[in-house]
Design a protein around this ligand. Structure first.
Ligand SMILES: [Zn+2]
Length: 270
């Protein structure tokens, strides 16, 4: 199926990053293991990932997001990213990525920024907490220093380039009414154009989904909807939730192992 495909859609959730060594926030235990100070405060991931903290406790909010920013910057994406890129780049119709991950690891692994939907935004882009304009800027060059023992971000915290109000990551949080979506909307438009092109040329689409859970099902729904509308095939790689609609393929494997196997089938290294 991978060999016969004219185009590759890669969809990914949190499970994609686990094999790079990134923490898994599903379930309180995994989250609190990664952030012991937040465990002491008794806050769940859903409670911590709330824009209200930037107003109520900016040093804590920026400790949480700054720590993640620094972690994602210093972590190398696993080899599975490269193997997927090789498959996708070799297809006549190319590839597209649809991910709920905000870590920027597809771009870091060499995927083209214009072939990507980051449906929950990106930690590598900032916006103003006061929404003075709809500008979203690249956070390259912005640094966040954190006092590890107290888990507080140190001044100076990132500021808006226009009005100097506190900045925040351009990530869709829980209960988030002020997330600026124009960057992500532009990604959605390019994705729709790519899909329209595939439909016009009756391309044979393969969808490879990695580590996307059912708790926040945006990625799973996208894989299934696109596969169905283009009459393609879905390979769902997920160690715990590998059930698929009839006729599709579910592999109960972690991301790297699953990608390695389909990449072997597709003739990697031959
Ligand atoms: Zn501003």
């Amino acid at each position: 199926m991978i060999k016969a495909a004219d185009a590759l859609l890669i969809t990914a959730g949190a499970g994609m990053g686990v094999d790079s060594g990134l923490p898994d926030f599903r379930g309180a235990q995994g989250f609190w293991q990664a952030y012991p100070v937040i465990a002491k405060l008794g806050l769940s991931f859903e409670e911590m990932a709330n824009p209200a903290w930037f107003e109520e406790n900016p040093a804590l909010a920026w400790a949480f997001y700054g720590h993640r920013l620094n972690l994602y910057r210093k972590t190398m994406p696993h080899s599975g990213f490269n193997w997927l890129w090789e498959i996708g780049a070799g297809k006549r119709g190319g590839y597209f990525v649809f991910t709920s991950n905000v870590d920027g690891h597809f771009q870091k692994a060499g995927f083209a920024p214009e072939r990507m939907v980051e449906c929950h935004g990106s930690i590598h882009h900032f916006q103003c907490t006061a929404s003075c304009t709809d500008e979203i800027w690249d956070a390259e060059g912005e640094t966040v220093n954190i006092e590890e023992s107290t888990f507080r971000a140190l001044e100076p915290l990132p500021r808006c380039r226009n009005c100097s109000a506190l900045a925040r990551p351009n990530i869709l949080m829980f209960g988030d009414g002020s997330w600026l979506d124009n960057r992500t909307q532009a990604q959605h438009r390019r994705f729709a154009e790519w899909l329209n092109g595939l439909a016009r040329s009756s391309a044979n689409l393969a969808v490879v989904e990695l580590g996307a859970g059912s708790a926040i099902p945006t990625v799973r729904h996208t894989s299934e909807r696109v596969r169905q509308s283009l009459e393609g095939t879905l390979i769902r790689i997920n160690p715990r939730e590998d059930s698929v609609p009839s006729g599709q393929i579910g592999l109960a494997l972690g991301a790297v192992e699953g990608i390695r196997r389909i990449s072997d089938c597709a003739g990697r290294g031959s």
